[in-house]
Every structure is written in structure tokens, then in C-alpha cells.
Design a protein around this ligand. Structure first.
Ligand SMILES: Cc1cc2nc3c(=O)[nH]c(=O)nc-3n(C[C@H](O)[C@H](O)[C@H](O)COP(=O)(O)OP(=O)(O)OC[C@H]3O[C@@H](n4cnc5c(N)ncnc54)[C@H](O)[C@@H]3O)c2cc1C
Length: 448
């Protein structure tokens, strides 16, 4: 039995986050990683996806060249070369992170870990015992129990597929479906999104969702809500996806059916029972310090936490909170209130704080500043197809409670709102700033 102060299961954002405070405090730390260091975000998530989004963004700019009086030949995208570029950009990340962990004094062990006791795990033939064990094993696509589920692919496949399909169906209308759907649509693929619920993009402000839905449909993406996928069959080398909608049986043919029905904590193979860790179908019960309720020596962070947003900065942040709790004793609690979330469709949707519905649900007295900015000078200059904002301000204090933007460089501007919220800069103080002109940021004065 090898002994450590801390053993971290998973070498993604969350696991890396744990190493900062624990190593600074001189604790002995081992990190067990079954695949590539860095986990989903740099290898199969944010970074490779953004390379494709950047290409789609360029195609969008080219499509609008005419409004700037630029004549251009129809562009031709070399999809294979784009995927090669994506792979090239991320290729050295695991080895760079390996160097970082070595410098930080973390023992990285390659292999798959599973609990053998409340304070011990096995990795291959090795057994590791620790005062604290951290579950940072991330998430995986939610398995769907429908006939033909084996024909579905995942976002991992989209990011590695050298062939561009003629038509693709995304099953589930969440962030990944919209982001990859927008990339595919710009690349000329026929895209359909099927969502079982009435609402797309759960968690985002409903009016912002309506804006991006309309823009997606304008691009030719077909979207069905309240559409229950029943089965997938292989017919003539293609896939037939059957679904029920409004009492009718519908079907459509495509070359890919991508599982985008959410992601669940990847904890199934951890032998949680041996670790005395109570869970309901993989949802580990944790307290406000991210400790397992049934085994307080075990912490959970990142996508493996079932009820916090699955975002890489949140995974790193939760890892940091766990690291500090291990060092200082359990006294730090995560606060998600000022962390922005972006949907990298083209244009992007950016959001921080409360949605209007949530603010009203809480009975807060709010003033809602709603702007369609499409006829503003900045939007016209850049020929924006959507430029929309909703800023929610508390009436009595002038505090910003939430900001939601579609287009208009929202994925960058949102950080100004987040900073204002974190440091209690009021709406009138934000409007009082002198901004560089003409910029998207300068429009913040008029959004409030
Ligand atoms: C297609 C896609 C696009 C995304 N885009 C964005 C984005 O633009 N912005 C954003 O903020 N977030 C994005 N995300 C989400 C983001 O990637 C995750 O929230 C983040 O990577 C979670 O980090 P983590 O450390 O919790 O898990 P992971 O990064 O998944 O790391 C977990 C690690 O644990 C390892 N592991 C699992 N089980 C074991 C075991 N038993 N033993 C040892 N190792 C194990 C896995 O191999 C993995 O490397 C995206 C996700 C996807 C899938």
C-alpha cells in the first residue's frame, strides 16, 4: 500500500485545480488519470470545439462580406484540413500539463482507479491509501435506452470525424448541440435538433433562447421541441431517426445521429460502495463544502458533481475550493453567482447571474433593461444579424442581478457585467464609465 496525503481521481480541470493549494501546503499528492492529462476541456471539449467555431465564425464573416461592399467567391471549406488543424492545436497539451504536474511535485499515475476501501483505491496492481481522496472523474454522455442507441455518435466523434456528413441530427437541444450544429450548418450540413422538453438550452434566459432559436432557424437549422426520439435504424447506409411529436409519428434520415442528451457524472466504474460513498444513480450526495456526506474524507469536484454547471472554469474553481478545504479544514464553499456561461453558437449567447424568471421567482423587485440593438451603429457597422441584451437590475439598490446577451461581442462583454456583479458596481456606475468609442463596450451605457 502506497501512502499519500491526497489522491485525486482524474487529471482534468477539476483534478488540476485541487493540486494548487494542496501542493503549496506541502502535502503529498498523487493524480490518477486513465486517458490524457487535461481531461475533456483541452482534449475533447472547449478547445478543439472552439477551433471549429472559429472557422465557422470566419465563414459567417465571409457570408456578410457583401454588406461591406466586398465581392467574394463562395468559400470552400476543407473539412479534413480543419480537423487536422484542430488536432495540431491541441496535440502537445497533455505533455505540457505533464510537465506542469511534475514541476508542481504531483505524482501522476496512468490507469483507471476504483475504490477498495473508504480511504484506498486500486490502480492496476498498485494500491494507494490517502487521508483524502478526490473524485474528479468528469462526465460522459447520458446513455439513452432506445432501440438503435448503438448507432449514435458523440461530440468526441464529431471533433475527430474527417468526413463531413450530408445531414446530422442532434438528439437533445443543449449547448453542445447548438455549438456543433452551428459549425455544421455553416459548413453546409443539413442540421436538425430534436429536444424532448418544451424548452431548449435549459438554464439560459428564455428570451435569449428565443433569439438564438430564431437565428438558428434563419440559418436553416431545423429545431423540434417536445420531440421524443423513439428509435434509430440503419437503412441504405444512412440512419433513420424516428420520433413522436404532437401525437404524430415522424422520422428523418441522416448520416449522423449525435447524442447530445446531456452528460452525467462518470462515476459508474469507481466501485463507490467500497468507498462507503452514497449516491443515487451516480449522483453522489455532497455537503456545501463538496464533501461526500457518507464518507467525509472523500471530496467531489468538476463535472462529477451532479448539480453544478458543467463548465471548465467551474471545474477548476471547484477543484480549488476542494484543495483549500483539504488544507484548511472544510470551511470554503463554492459561490457560482458571478461565473459567466457562454454558448458558442455564431453569434454567441452569453449569460451571468439570474435569469429574469429566476429573479421574479425569488420575489425580487427588478427593472429589466431589454434592448434589440440591431439598429445601433455598432451592430449596423458589423452587419450583425442578431444584437440583443437583457440586463436585470435590482430596483432598490441598482445592483446588477443578471446580464444576458446575444451577439454584440457578448462573450467578451459579459465579463464586464460579471466583474460589476462580483464587486457590487451598480448599473448607474457602469453606465457612468467613459468607454473607448466606437466599441461594443461603449454600448453598455445604453444597455442600462
Ligand atoms: C464537446 C464539449 C465542449 C465543451 N465546451 C466547453 C466550453 O466551451 N466551455 C466550458 O467552460 N466548458 C465546456 N465543456 C465542458 C468542460 O469540458 C467540462 O466542464 C470540464 O472539462 C470538466 O472538467 P473535469 O475535470 O470535471 O472533468 P474532465 O475534464 O472530464 O476530467 C476527468 C478525467 O477523469 C478521468 N477519469 C475518469 N474516470 C477515471 C478513473 N476511474 N480513474 C482515473 N481517471 C479517470 C478521465 O479520463 C478524464 O480525463 C465542453 C464539454 C464538451 C464535451
Amino acid at each position: 500500500m502506497e501512502k499519500y496525503d491526497v489522491v485525486i481521481l482524474g487529471g482534468g480541470n477539476a483534478g488540476m485545480g485541487v493540486t494548487v493549494a494542496t501542493r503549496a501546503a506541502g502535502l503529498s499528492v498523487a493524480m490518477v488519470e486513465a486517458r490524457d492529462l487535461g481531461g475533456t476541456c483541452p482534449n475533447r471539449g472547449c478547445t478543439p470545439k472552439k477551433v471549429l467555431v472559429a472557422a465557422a465564425h470566419t465563414l459567417d464573416e465571409i457570408a456578410r462580406a457583401g454588406t461591406h461592399a466586398i465581392k467574394i467567391e463562395p468559400p470552400r471549406l476543407d473539412w479534413r484540413a480543419l480537423i487536422e488543424r484542430e488536432k495540431d492545436i491541441i496535440a502537445d497539451i497533455p505533455s505540457r500539463l505533464s510537465g506542469l504536474m511534475a514541476k508542481r511535485g504531483v505524482d501522476v499515475i496512468h490507469g483507471e482507479a476504483a475504490f477498495v476501501a473508504s480511504n484506498a483505491v486500486r490502480v492496476g496492481t498498485r494500491e494507494l491509501e490517502a487521508r483524502n481522496i478526490v473524485i474528479a472523474t468528469g462526465s460522459k454522455p447520458r446513455p439513452l435506452s432506445i432501440p438503435g442507441a448503438e448507432f449514435m455518435t458523440t461530440s468526441d466523434d464529431v471533433l475527430s470525424d474527417f468526413t463531413l456528413p450530408r445531414a446530422a441530427v442532434f438528439i437533445g437541444g443543449g449547448v453542445i448541440a447548438f455549438e456543433l450544429g452551428h459549425v455544421y450548418a455553416r459548413a453546409g450540413v443539413e442540421v436538425t435538433i430534436l429536444e424532448a422538453l418544451p424548452q431548449l438550452l435549459g438554464g439560459f434566459d428564455e428570451d435569449a433562447v428565443a433569439q438564438i432559436r430564431a437565428e438558428s432557424e434563419r440559418l436553416g437549422i431545423r429545431i423540434h421541441t417536445k420531440a421524443w426520439v423513439k428509435k434509430i435504424e440503419r437503412t441504405d447506409g444512412r440512419l433513420r431517426v424516428s420520433f413522436a411529436k404532437d401525437g404524430a409519428e415522424c422520422s428523418l434520415d441522416a448520416d449522423r445521429a449525435v447524442n447530445c442528451a446531456g452528460r452525467v457524472a462518470d462515476v459508474e466504474r469507481l466501485n463507490l460502495g467500497a468507498g462507503v460513498i452514497v449516491h443515487r444513480e451516480g449522483r453522489i450526495e455532497i455537503d456545501e463544502h463538496l464533501r461526500s456526506r457518507s464518507n467525509p474524507d472523500v471530496y467531489v469536484c468538476g463535472d462529477a458533481v451532479w448539480n453544478s454547471p458543467q463548465l471548465s472554469p467551474i471545474a477548476t474553481y471547484e477543484g480549488g475550493v476542494v484543495g483549500r478545504n483539504i488544507v484548511d479544514g472544510p470551511k470554503h464553499r463554492p459561490d457560482y453567482g458571478h461565473i459567466p456561461a457562454c454558448l458558442y453558437s455564431i453569434p454567441a449567447v452569453a449569460s451571468v447571474g439570474l435569469t429574469e424568471a429566476k429573479a421574479r421567482e425569488r420575489g425580487l423587485g427588478v427593472k429589466v433593461h431589454l434592448n434589440n440593438m440591431q439598429d445601433w451603429l455598432t451592430a449596423r457597422t458589423y452587419a450583425e444579424t442578431v444584437a440583443w441584451s437583457k440586463i436585470i437590475v435590482e430596483e432598490t439598490t441598482g445592483r446588477i442581478l443578471g446580464a444576458h446577451l446575444v451577439g454584440h461581442a457578448g462573450e467578451e462583454l459579459i465579463h464586464i457585467f460579471a466583474l460589476a456583479m462580483k464587486h457590487t458596481i451598480t448599473a448607474s456606475q457602469l453606465a457612468d464609465m467613459v468607454y473607448g468609442f466606437p466599441t461594443f463596450s461603449a454600448d453598455i451605457r445604453n444597455m442600462l
